[in-house]
Design a protein around this ligand. Structure first.
Ligand SMILES: C[S@@+](CC[C@H](N)C(=O)[O-])C[C@H]1O[C@@H](n2cnc3c(N)ncnc32)[C@H](O)[C@@H]1O
Length: 245
């Protein structure tokens, strides 16, 4: 089982520290997008967390099931209104099987990057394909790697600098590793928290989809279906499970 980076201390402050991501203008376009793809079928969320997307999607009448490693995150989901009605399986979303098939599976907020090897990311696509109905869709929201901002020869880039918080990304361009280091002053003490990721290119995700019997059908720069261009910092991509081969 992979390491759990969303244990009790992170889970306790998640909704507050990510408050911007819970704002209706952020959540509603994602829920609209996913509800359209779900249609009359069910949805599977990989890394369901505290239910930021799953709960409003379930409130729209979509049956949602989630997978997550973190008991602490899922406890927050279950404590919310409607949370007890969303099924959750505790496990690694790259390998965990759940009952039933789904018209849409989704993995939002850069969470594919929590799988820190290419093999794990491929396994995730293959696991999703095994859970999708024919022509079912897999949706990923993830940033485009920010390597154009890394000067040649450098491995570290600051993403946040303020008097009581410093954040640095440390890159390994060989393994596509990206460790986010957070230095925060809490009650007058400096706390360090580091989380490993693997950055992944859009074209690489398309190849993983192909290896898993899926093909790209949509790619946008946002849930509002704005164009994806060479300037885009992130993307929302949809792959469909191929049935004609
Ligand atoms: C950034 S949070 C996103 C939560 C939620 N989807 C949201 O948008 O707010 C990532 C979530 O994925 C879970 N997670 C990370 N890696 C995982 C893995 N390999 N298997 C299952 N869950 C994982 C974490 O426990 C955490 O709840």
């Amino acid at each position: 089982m992979p390491d759990d980076h969303f244990g009790e201390p992170v889970a306790a402050g998640y909704d507050e520290s990510e408050a911007d991501m819970f704002a209706p203008p952020v959540v509603e376009p994602a829920v609209d997008f996913l509800a359209d793809l779900a249609g009359d079928g069910a949805a599977l969320e990989l890394g369901i967390g505290t239910g930021r997307i799953a709960l409003p999607l379930a409130q729209r009448g979509v049956r949602v099931h989630g997978i997550d490693l973190s008991e602490a995150m899922v406890a927050r989901l279950r404590a919310k209104p409607g949370g007890a009605d969303v099924g959750v399986t505790i496990g690694d979303f790259a390998t965990t099987k759940v009952d039933g098939t789904f018209s849409v599976a989704y993995l939002v907020f850069n969470t594919i990057m929590n799988l820190t090897t290419m093999d794990e990311q491929i396994a995730c696509f293959q696991n999703v394909a095994a859970h999708l109905e024919p022509r079912g869709c897999f949706v990923i929201e993830v940033r485009v790697p920010a390597l154009q901002r890394l000067p040649p020869g450098e491995t570290v880039r600051a993403f946040s600098i303020s008097p009581d918080y410093l954040g640095f990304d440390e890159y390994d361009v060989v393994s596509q590793g990206q460790i986010s280091h957070h230095y925060e002053v809490v009650d007058g003490r400096l706390e360090l928290h580091s989380v490993p990721f693997r950055y992944v290119w859009p074209s690489e995700l398309d190849l993983m989809a192909r290896l898993s019997g899926m093909r790209l059908v949509e790619r946008w720069s946002s849930w509002n279906r704005e164009s994806f261009t060479s300037e885009s910092n992130g993307h929302v991509s949809v792959w469909e499970k191929v049935t004609d081969r």
